[in-house]
Structures are given as structure tokens and as C-alpha cells.
Design a protein around this ligand. Sequence first.
Ligand code: ZN
Length: 252
Amino acid sequence: MDDHLAIVYMTPEVQTTCLTYGLCTEKEETLVLLAGYFGYENFQTIAHVTRSIVTTRKDKSKDRVEVDPEQMSLAMTEADSAGLNLVGWAHSHPHITVNPSHVDLRTQFNMQTLDPRFFGIIVSCFNNDAGTQRFQVTCFQTIETEHGQIERVVPLLIRPANPGLLVTDGLTQVQAIPRQLFKEEAEGFDNRQCGPTTGLAAHLCAGIHTHTLSNLVDKMTGPMLTHLKIRYDTNMKQIEMLDKRRGTRSSI
Ligand SMILES: [Zn+2]
């Protein structure tokens, strides 16, 4: 057995969280840490990702995202309490291609020094280079060559953790996204309060904060709730249809 990572299996719930979070903002990169476990299949090292951990971003910008050591440590504790390990990280590339940047390759390389099986995932969104907007996802590791650091693509497969069983905490993982964005806004507001705390400047700060929170409710929480209601109705119709089909079969 070697530590050469051959394939990554990801649950649909984690995939939904990564894509939903990526779609929440087209002006900043988003970051999700991935928890799961490593194993072996046909004498090859494989990774299973079963849980996403949405973290506070240290640097919020369109083409840069940093993994904060403190957040990394908190995520490790969270993963550990669920009997899992941190196995990878995922971030979004709004309006840019899915390929890892030099910074991404370096960050990934540093992660691999802690565990050579650690991997990175990039979700490209809002990118309409081809004339239509589409998602692109890549899974990669970094290898060092005489020409510098380059990407090694790792196959990524989406499949349920327990085939045939419903995952009950699927929504809990998606729920973490609005909670995290509200938390980041609240922390940003508290930091700004270190400046003007009285007078017009303070009112301006409070006004901007209220506007941002309203935007989050209008443009993210509201549509997310609508989407979940539609998904719930669709699921109930499917259950009804399958029940009818089972009834028809058992009466034959
Ligand atoms: Zn990147």
C-alpha cells in the first residue's frame, strides 16, 4: 500500500454544500474544509468525504482565500468529535477558471507536508467563458518538479455514504452557510465599532450593517428556503409515486 491518493469519493450532501456556498457570492472566494476518512481499495489509497465544515475566511477577496490555522484547528476538533479526520479543503473560483493558481498549489503543497494524502477541490462558478455559465469542479494535489510545482488531477466521484439510506444531516450542512455569513458580517461590524462609536459615522456604520444583513436575507436565505420547499415537495411526490408503484407490484 502507498500513500498515493488514487480517488476521492464525496457524498452528494457535501457536494451540495460546496456548490451552494460557491454560488452565494460572486465577489469573494468561499472556503469549506472537508472531513472524512482515508481507506484502501484494490491496494490503492482512497478518501471518503462525508462532512463539510464551513469556516470563517481570513482573507475575503475575488481571487484569494486563506486557510486560517485557528480555523483549521477548530475544524480538526469538530471532525474529531464526529470520529472523522480532515482530509481536504475546497474553495470557489468566482468568474475564473477551475485551474489552481500558484498560491493554491503552494497552499496545497504545504497541506501535503502534514499528510501526503490531503487534497484540494476547486469549484469554478459564474464563469461564462464558453458563452454559458457552468460549474466546473477539479480535485487536485501538488507535485514538485524541476520546473516548479504542478497540479496532479485526482479522480472525484460523487456517491452516497450509505447507498440506499437517507442522510439525515444533509440539511444541517447546508444550514451552516447562512449562519457563517451572518457571523462574518457581525464580526466585521464589531470590528468597525472600534472606530467611530457615536454621531453620524456610527449611524452610517449601523445603516450599512443593516443593509448587508437585509441583502443576505433577501438574496440568500429567502431563495434557499424557497429551493428547499420545492425540493421537499418534489421528494414527497416521488415518495408517493414509489408507494403507488410498490402497491401495484404487491397486488400482482
Ligand atoms: Zn484558488
